[in-house]
Design a protein around this ligand. Structure first.
Ligand SMILES: *Cc1c(COP(=O)(O)O)cnc(C)c1O
Length: 403
């Protein structure tokens, strides 16, 4: 048996349909975000597709907390949470996250992916007869968790209140149900009808599971996300978030009732049997959460950069999707073109922007996904839009109305 030939033939398939992934080898420079050194082309670039949405990955308070905790506690946690790995910083962070979302309790995971996978996987598997109603655009981590649970899954149309209700109606009242969805969807930047979904959950006796990964740190008076912004936190059964995007560090969590968190802590294999996050990571995340609870500066700065970028794109006639979030998708609609634009932006103009192709998005909706941060100046944004406009001109691409 030639196993490598089998692997290679699968990879050849990815090359053939243009979905093979190339990684850019970057060296982020703390103190100089959004600039990074790009090893592939050997020069400094401006990064436009980072999920470190607010630049907290270089924030002085976060770095100081991590240096201090590293010196105090050493490199790793030393064990799973159950066997010597629970450090004071983990507990403090869980308390902070529970309070942030107005919940009784919170539970920390090694990533946001794991928090979705373990929580949905564990609850849906262990509540007898549980049905999961899952938004069609949900993230892979939720999809995989639900699949792992082997519970019945119903996929409702994206953000579609009527389709969800039609399905809920048909499930017997005594069957446990989970409505799983996101607040800000990462590729289109659109936002779920959270209140309407909560109303349906009340009406049909379902739990609500909200992934706020692309919102925590960035929305709401304390950065607790869209649910906080809309005054709906108390209506959600579970709020899930990441510490790796807006908070700039790494890790994931859920915030929910004490019994629910204790249930996942006690039955979730992917929580129990894995070494806890290094205490310095928990310390850094704690500093970031606490900082963004009180500082509006980064949220305001992000909104400023996003609004400026949209206006500049409109003036240049570069077609982009309107939404109420910080995600600015520039639609291209063709995988090869999307990659070519990204390559030219990098090599000719020094802008690093990863092309978003199938299977991350549907074919025909390939795009460049811009996430301007508070650290992108108006000059940075102007330069980027000029570069895009030049490419649109050279390739005679379709402009939007304003052009
Ligand atoms: C990135 C992402 C996750 C996973 O979070 P990580 O902390 O990066 O593992 C979960 N849900 C959504 C919607 C995401 O985009």
């Amino acid at each position: 048996m030639n196993y490598d030939a089998m692997f290679q033939s699968a990879l050849d398939g990815l090359h053939a349909d243009g979905s093979y992934r190339y990684f850019a080898e970057l060296e982020r420079r703390a103190g100089d975000f959004p600039k990074a050194f790009h090893h592939g082309i050997g020069r400094e670039v401006t990064v436009w597709c980072s999920n470190d949405y607010l630049g907290m990955g270089q924030h002085a308070e976060v770095l100081a907390a991590m240096h201090k905790a590293l010196a105090e506690t050493g490199a790793g946690a030393g064990g799973t949470r159950n066997i010597s790995g629970t450090n004071h910083y983990h507990v403090a962070l869980e308390k902070e996250l529970a309070s942030l979302h107005g919940k009784e309790s919170a539970l920390l995971f090694n990533s946001g992916y794991l928090s979705n996978w373990v929580t949905l996987g564990t609850i849906a598997a262990r509540l007898k007869g549980c049905v999961v109603l899952s938004d069609a655009s949900n993230h892979a981590s939720m999809i995989e968790g639900i699949r792992h649970s082997r519970a019945e899954k119903q996929i409702f149309r994206h953000n579609d209140v009527e389709d969800l209700e039609r399905r809920l109606k048909e499930i017997p009242a005594d069957v446990p149900k989970i409505i799983a969805f996101e607040s800000v969807y990462s590729m289109d930047g659109d936002i779920a009808p959270i209140e309407a979904f909560c109303d349906l959950a009340d009406k049909y006796g379902a739990m609500t599971y909200l992934d706020e990964v692309h919102a925590v740190g960035m929305y709401g008076e304390h950065g607790a996300g869209i649910a906080e912004k809309l005054g709906l936190s108390h209506r959600l059964t579970v709020i899930e978030g990441t510490l790796g995007k807006g908070y700039g560090v790494v890790g994931g969590y859920i915030a929910a009732s004490a019994p629910l968190c204790d249930f996942v802590r006690s039955f979730g294999s992917g929580f129990i049997f894995s070494t806890a996050l290094p205490p310095m990571i928990a310390a850094g995340a704690l500093a970031s959460v606490r900082y963004l609870k009180r500082s509006q500066k980064e949220r305001d700065g992000q909104q400023r950069a996003v609004a400026y970028m949209r206006e500049a794109l409109d003036r240049a006639g570069i077609p982009h999707v309107q939404n109420d979030s910080h995600i600015v998708p520039v639609m291209v609609g063709e995988a090869d073109l999307c990659r070519a634009l990204s390559d030219e932006l990098l090599t000719r103009f020094g802008h690093y922007l990863q092309p978003i192709n199938y299977p991350t998005v549907a074919r025909g909706t390939e795009r460049l996904r811009l996430t301007p941060t508070p650290l992108h100046t108006n000059e940075d944004i102007d330069e980027m839009v000029v570069a895009l406009s030049t490419l649109w001109q050279e390739r005679q691409l379709k402009r939007s109305v304003a052009a």
